[in-house]
Write a new protein. Structure first.
Length: 186
């Protein structure tokens, strides 16, 4: 639906109004942030979240197209395109926290630990041990350790060592956040 009514074929990016909107002389298309983040920048992050959950390359490819479509404008006016640039960080180093739960187990303590720390735009995904993650996921093939719920904090193509204790998960997320901040020059 979104691609059918909003995608700008040939240009790339999403129009800010649907193709069946009446009364417009020109359909606006840009990635400029105003008082709120621009929809095109937000869509880059949304598409990368969908990619993390599903491993479907169509989502990643569309996110790449969006960044390419507005890269020139963003390079000329960085401060007006912070939403797009945030999406570009998600594209280049997606944050994905995978919690693998053994049969009959529950990840409540690990999930609660995540309430005490943040990793911006991270996708948090809980899977049952033996449930297959996409082959595109850096956490593909990860398992629960010693019958305990086990978390893996992945940035880009690399995951942390397995974490089974809530306090260790908080520290692992903090370390991942520092790594992402250093890589993005923040």
């Amino acid at each position: 639906m979104l691609d059918r009514h909003y995608w700008a074929e040939g240009h790339g990016g999403y129009y800010l109004v649907a193709d069946d909107t009446d009364g417009l002389i020109v359909r606006p298309i840009n990635a400029l942030d105003d008082a709120t983040p621009n929809a095109n920048g937000t869509m880059v992050s949304n598409l990368m979240a969908l990619y993390s959950w599903t491993g479907d390359e169509r989502y990643r490819n569309r996110a790449e197209e969006l960044v390419r479509a507005f890269a020139g404008a963003a390079s000329r006016s960085v401060f007006s395109h912070t939403g797009l640039l945030t999406g570009a960080i998600d594209l280049n180093a997606p944050a994905h926290i995978v919690i693998v739960v053994p049969e009959g187990g529950d990840a409540k303590e690990l999930r609660n630990a995540l309430n005490h720390v943040s990793l911006p735009n991270a996708v948090v995904q809980e899977v049952r041990d033996g449930e297959s993650l996409s082959g595109n996921s850096p956490a593909h093939g990860k398992t629960a350790i010693e019958g305990k719920p086990t978390a893996y904090v992945c940035i880009g193509p690399q995951c942390s060592a397995p974490v089974t204790e809530p306090a260790a998960l908080v520290e692992t997320v903090r370390e991942a956040r520092r790594t992402v901040s250093q890589a993005s020059g923040s």
